[in-house]
Design a protein around this ligand. Sequence first.
Ligand SMILES: *[C@@H]1O[C@H](CO)[C@@H](O)[C@H](O)[C@H]1NC(C)=O
Ligand SMILES: *[C@@H]1O[C@H](CO)[C@@H](O)[C@H](O)[C@H]1NC(C)=O
Length: 404
Amino acid sequence: MAAQAAAGTWVLVLSLWGAAAIVSSRNVTARMGEPLVLNCKGAPKKPPQELEWKLNTGRTEAWKVLSPQGAPWDSVAHILPNGSLLLPAVGIQDEGTFRCRATNRHGKETKSSYRVRVYQIPAKPEIIDPASELTAGVPNKVGTCVSEGSYPAGTLSWHLDGKPLTPDGKGVTIKEQMRRHPETGLFTLQSELVVTPARGGAVRPTFFCSFSPGLPRQKALHATPIHPSVWEPVSPENVQLVVEPEGGAVALGGTVTLTCEAPAQAASEIHWVKDGAPLPLPASAVLLLPEVGPQDQGSYSCVATSPSHGSQESPAVRVRITETDEVGQSPGSMEGSGLRTLALALGTLAALGIVALLIGVVMWQRRRQGKERKAPESQEEEEERAELNQSEEPETAESGAGGP
Ligand SMILES: *[C@@H]1O[C@H](CO)[C@@H](O)[C@H](O)[C@H]1NC(C)=O
Ligand SMILES: *[C@@H]1O[C@H](CO)[C@@H](O)[C@H](O)[C@H]1NC(C)=O
């Protein structure tokens, strides 16, 4: 009797066949595996009865007729002594239409009609592979919701902080899958959720998924919610320090503006560091140095701090005072040190070059003196070489000359 829980409305119509008959029509839902009793309205409570059941279900080819006198049908359904029809264990194949026509002791005919739908309640949905951490600004797989053993299929839906999530092709993507068990006919539903959390959004959002039954008047089932934490990606290259004027070179009494560029984070605080020591200033993304004096020179960096992700420091920027004509072309700290290294290298090379030149000059002097002394002997050879159009090679000349 519990299976008859869902009651339809009574509909009175005029019979098309002969005498006026009362027809009751009901939609009945029955849970799989449970017994179902359908009453034959207007039938005498005890035999002898004048009644007939007709059914058209997944088990019948067309209308099948059952009468109290007939044999029980395949133990699937049989007529009880009071005229009701009993299905001991309802299956998916029993979905269909059941009709009874009964005539009471006074000859009055009553028809009852039932539309039977079968359902099965699935297990509570579960979120498998739940994400414990999501990264803001990029698509993340939140988890896969699985509902097993439903009939009819029903649907799965995702909720974020209590609000339903609908796929929008941008921030929310839902991939759904449905499988049907070949023997039981029950459905397994899967729904994979991918979201792109907004930067600066909720730090610990709540996700859950629900199973909504395919038949009305049945309760939704909710999975245990998950609470992944949202991680705002902050890496050293993301925290940047911009200095104005560019390069950090300023004339005495000029103004320097340092701006710390950190990713948008509701909870991030920015502090300043000069020559490795924190500056006792209120948190601010901009540090203004007006009327720059010698004491303002140094290496500056900013530190972005958020409670969830710790501190990230920017690369350092050097502020220095320059000659007026140097402003604008002098490089900043990073480039400056590079150029200094280059200058040092070039200086060393130049020094080496001068030494080499000096050695060359000294050797040339000595060779000249030697040639002058040996000139008479080597005169012929010099002339031969000139004829062969060879380039002058003093060393060969000298050794050749010194040979004999
Ligand atoms: C039974 O359900 C069908 C649809 O499933 C609906 O059209 C019809 O009105 C319902 N009948 C009753 C009596 O509730
Ligand atoms: C007929 O008998 C069945 C089982 O005993 C019972 O569930 C059902 O309510 C009865 N029907 C009527 C109309 O009394």
